[in-house]
Write a protein that binds this ligand. Sequence first.
Ligand code: GLN
Length: 302
Amino acid sequence: MKQLSFLSSEQLSNWLIEVSQQKSTGDLPDYIPLLQETDPNLLGICIITKNNNILNQGYCQGKFPLMSIIKPFLLLYLLSELGEKFIFKKVGSKPSRYPFNSIEQLQLDEGFPRNPMINSGALTLASLIPGKDSEKKCYNLLQWLNKQSQCNLFVDQSMLDSVRSLPNIRNKAILEELNQRNHIQNPDITLDTYNRICCISGSIIDLAKLGLLLVNSPNINPKNVILVNNIMTTCGLYEASEKFAQKIVFPTKSGVSGGILSIVPAQGAIACYSPPLDAQGNSIAGLSLIEKIANYLKQSNT
Ligand code: GLN
């Protein structure tokens, strides 16, 4: 089998050229004004192996909000702070066939969030972050992530203002359902915490470094790493998770900003950025790049 560490810059740059033709077919999310203004032609990839070898091509230094890519790291943080038993009393780990911000799925499940990769689960987890208010809660998560991954992630205030300018109708409806069923307290603090953590931002290099926490990290319980990777594999791309997992077995998580992160177990992490999205809200070029790498890794060494 080929290894991630065998990849060359030439190979990566050829793949970037190939996928750049597909970029125009997707859409930018129209519900967050600042994301709507992003340049759809931005495209970058960064691979970091477990030995910290970095290979990157394209748009690498620019920062973007992680949006839903924060969800697996929110889960990882809370598993380490509060433990598996407590967390899985609050959220499930089953895939959903409904969109990431579906209220219908939550109602069908009688108010129990199906998994932490969709909004009902991530909102519930956001409510559990230690801290007296949304600012402190977000700070606690951010500090932990930066310390563990040696990154300089930060909250993008303009993006947060843009997210806060929305009516946030679906997330508010999810919170109301969760609150009515006594699953969370303080829906306002929870919504603001969730919005803040979705605006945690960095480059694809930061994102790949963050991904290494799910490969091998001396300070993180390997059991929690396995739990998060498994949930990413089955739920990380929303309704498209099952279809994608049949082609590519890597745990993968996307966000509406166009970022996408894949973990290659025992080898390293792949972070991509390209804003145009498919109908499920996953980066089209990002998925395509990850598929190319997965096919490459399947080949024998000859
Ligand atoms: N802030 C976004 C939302 O809740 C994040 C969603 C995503 O990246 N899929 O709508």
